[in-house]
Design a protein around this ligand. Structure first.
Ligand code: APR
Ligand code: PHB
Length: 390
């Protein structure tokens, strides 16, 4: 088999890139380890920056998103039991975010792949990358016992944190930077109306809580928990009680309870790989960087990476220009580090850290009080939350 660009991984990064290339007449094949139902079924965050929405619009994939997505002009913070609103729309000169679950994004991307004949190979096992520093790399995988080799001009690793692509960079080239947070997020989905029409991020003595949603009838809630916590320790009743308590009297009393149908614990990590290119291998999305979920930047960062990379690849195929490809890593990393900073900072001011002493706690209280009172501080939060320019 032969194609222009081999894409490893059919998560948001890989599927968006595949569609962007197809639209520009560049051939791509997406190779995915799992099946479609598995990839589509993974519950992740659901806040899209305007740039991400713009990318879906450019692909003609925004029809359902415009119909079903919830446009949010503000977000809320709770500290000391009090809630205040950050009017992102007013502070940023009209920007907003759209609440639309990653599962919905994946569904739209897979449906369009079928309709537009973007080749996606599911259930690919033992994927291996070859000759990525030569002019003719290849990817080999096994499916139903048969080995296939795909020759290509470029390989893009969109295979997430646990993929094979990053591991193909030689250790003397690869630099990684990491923070592991000493806690996790316990998240649930329930078919109950959300506590508020916008999101609520709460800092409480007992730990962080987040009220989010998927629709007017489906809520998504999280509470900070110990890194080694078990789901069995959190029956619904205990979860709802703790959530309502941490959200404070105003937001907590608005929580509508019901049976949860999804309950998972996710670890929190900040992680960046440099560079994001080696020869003809490019990394994008979680393969290159991870953010803690506070601020919901993961999917948006993946979308920003592939927006930059697809422009560079298309320029190469259309007019032979290599400057976009050469500049990709630096350009993507400049944005990645800013999103890393925001996610790390937002996690830091909203969570309880086990090692926190009285001083550290008072710094948090002072910072939240400052944000509550300062238009400048709220503007800084708002412009990062809605997404920095590409
Ligand atoms: N071969 C082929 N595919 C692989 C391999 C492999 N060896 N290893 C992993 N994959 C696939 C995974 O099964 C997954 O479907 O790569 C895909 C990577 O998808 P994500 O982990 O979602 O990463 P990305 O597309 O970069 O998305 C970034 O979306 O899922 C969220 O938390 C993520 O918010 C982040 C954003
Ligand atoms: C979510 O809805 O899952 C969500 C929203 C905002 C975040 C993280 C997750 O910051």
């Amino acid at each position: 088999m032969r194609t222009d660009v081999a894409i490893i991984g059919a998560g948001p990064a890989g599927m968006l890139l595949g569609h962007l290339l197809l639209q520009a007449g560049v051939q791509a094949v997406v190779i995915e380890r799992r099946d479609r139902a598995y990839v589509e079924g993974r519950v992740r965050a659901g806040v899209l920056e305007q740039t991400t929405v713009g990318l879906l619009e450019r692909l003609g994939l925004d029809e359902r998103l415009r119909r079903e997505g919830l446009v949010h002009h503000g977000t809320n913070l709770v500290h000391d039991g009090r809630m205040f609103r950050v009017d992102m729309h007013a502070l940023t000169g009209g920007a907003s975010v759209t609440v639309y679950g990653q599962q919905e994004v994946m569904h739209d991307l897979f449906e369009a792949a079928e309709a537009r004949a973007l080749p996606v190979i599911f259930d690919a096992e033992e994927t291996r990358l070859h000759d990525v520093t030569s002019a003719s790399p290849s990817v080999v995988w096994r499916r139903e016992g048969i080995e296939t080799r795909l020759d290509c001009d470029f390989v893009v690793g969109c295979d997430g944190y646990h993929g094979v692509s990053r591991a193909s960079l030689p250790p003397d080239v690869l630099r990684t930077f990491e923070r592991v947070y000493p806690f996790g997020w316990l998240g649930i989905l329930a078919d109950v109306p959300p506590a508020n029409h916008e999101l609520i991020y709460a800092n409480h003595e007992r730990g962080f809580a987040l009220a989010s949603m998927r629709s007017a009838t489906r809520s998504r809630y999280y509470i900070q928990c110990a890194a080694d916590e078990t789901i069995a320790a959190w029956p619904d009743q205990r979860f709802w009680d703790e959530l309502a308590h941490r959200l404070g009297p105003e937001a907590g009393s608005a929580v509508v309870r019901g049976p949860s149908f999804e309950k998972t614990i996710a670890p929190l990590r900040s992680f960046v790989t440099e560079p994001m290119r080696h020869g003809r291998l490019f990394l994008a999305g979680d393969a290159a960087h991870i953010v803690p979920p506070t601020g919901a930047k993961g999917l948006n960062l993946a979308a920003a990476d592939v927006a930059v990379l697809s422009d560079a690849l298309v320029a190469f195929y259309h007019d032979g220009s290599e400057s976009g490809l050469t500049g990709y890593s630096d350009r993507a990393l400049a944005r990645v580090w800013k999103a890393e900073r925001f996610s790390w900072w937002f996690t830091g001011i909203t969570h309880r850290f086990p090692e926190m002493d009285g001083f550290a706690r008072r710094m948090q209280v002072a910072e939240l009080a400052y944000i509550e009172q300062s238009r400048a501080a709220q503007t800084a939060l708002a412009e990062n939350y809605v997404g920095l320019p590409l």
